[in-house]
Design a protein around this ligand. Structure first.
Ligand SMILES: [Zn+2]
Length: 344
């Protein structure tokens, strides 16, 4: 298995995020990427490979040109307003209900126009890191198109909360959606199975009106868990996409018995859809004690999760999403990959 990885992810290494009325140490740090890399390579689950460079064309299949331009210049523009030594960029105002959500392209309003939270700082190197993560994801998709049974995209920053023109939840570009689109463009029938603790709102939004990509997500019930404003069971797709989005929200404290049953349901839907290729946005923030999570998976549960996915028998592109308990992050990711490879 190839593990697509680039040191460019270090360009995005925030120290702080905003939560509970104060700045707290950021959960989504560059050290995560290194921990995952070390765990996968030390268990000999694959070989590191550099991504190849894809141009802007595949990005514009998912993200709007205005949004890509915004991301490319966001920090420079922030510096123009707040000085060369400006701190990380955070929004301070949003187009809430009853306000007029007109497009702002500059000034303080632009960040609030393009994001939905304060957990996602933009730094000087954020665009470079996020842009490189796109190439990592597309390289893994290309690898599967070239015949690989499983390919690992060590994407950092993660992507599944990002929609076509929206960032948030530590995510800027939707790596999994970009991979799914590349596969779909190559006439694969793609299912996206999101097993991160948090609903993949960006991925859902991107494919919501489409029948050619099935999106399935197992996640904490948004009544209690981030991203709160999307991820309910009654969001089933719209228009041509009606019936092609499956949300399986689960209660806080869910352990393997309920999780495994929901995963079986997800897998049955993917089989029924007739998918020939799987994209797996992989988050292991489902582990007991994750600082952003609410579930109680542990130990061999991640191996079992991987085995169930591998037993689908489909080629898999894995993109890395969440997982913030650093003491078990590497082991949990490696267990999922190990489980997939044993059954595939
Ligand atoms: Zn997550």
């Amino acid at each position: 298995m190839k593990i697509f990885y680039t040191t460019a992810h270090h360009h995005h290494d925030p120290l702080f995020e905003f939560e509970g009325g104060r700045f707290i140490p950021a959960h989504e740090r560059a050290s995560r990427g290194e921990i995952i890399k070390a765990a996968l390579t030390s268990r000999k689950l694959g070989n590191l490979a550099l991504p190849r460079h894809f141009g802007n064309e595949p990005i514009l299949r998912i993200h709007s040109p205005e949004y890509v331009d915004f991301m490319a210049s966001a920090f420079t523009r922030w510096q123009e307003r707040h000085g060369k030594d400006a701190p990380p960029a955070f929004p301070s105002v949003w187009p809430g209900r009853s306000l007029r959500p007109r497009v702002h392209t500059d000034g303080e309003a632009v960040l609030g126009h393009y994001t939905f939270d304060m957990g996602t700082p933009i730094l000087a190197g954020t665009f470079n890191a996020a842009r490189a993560a796109i190439d990592v994801a597309l390289s893994a998709a290309h690898d599967v198109l070239s015949g690989a049974r499983v390919s690992f995209a060590l994407t950092r920053p993660p992507g599944h909360h990002a929609a076509g023109d929206l960032y948030g939840g530590y995510c800027f570009f939707n790596n999994a959606a970009l991979a799914a689109q590349m596969l779909t463009d190559a006439r694969r029938r793609v299912a996206v199975l999101d097993v991160d603790m948090h609903h993949g709102n960006g991925t859902q939004t991107i494919f919501y009106e489409r029948a050619d990509v099935l999106t399935v997500s197992l996640h904490g019930d948004p009544a209690h868990v981030y991203p709160y404003f999307l991820g309910n069971a009654d969001e089933t797709g719209s228009g041509a996409g009606e019936g092609f989005n499956l949300n399986l929200p689960l209660a806080p404290k869910t352990d393997w018995s309920d999780y495994g049953a929901a995963l079986d349901q997800a897998i049955a839907r993917i089989r029924n859809f007739g998918a020939d290729t799987l994209v797996l946005p992989l988050g292991v923030d489902t582990v007991t004690g994750d600082p952003t999570g609410a579930f109680r998976l542990e130990g061999d549960d991640f191996l079992r999760l991987g085995e169930k996915i591998g037993a689908l028998g489909l080629p898999v592109v894995i993109t890395m999403e969440g997982g913030y308990r650093l003491d078990v992050l590497g082991q949990n990711v490696a267990d999922v990959v190990d489980g997939i490879r044993q059954k595939l």
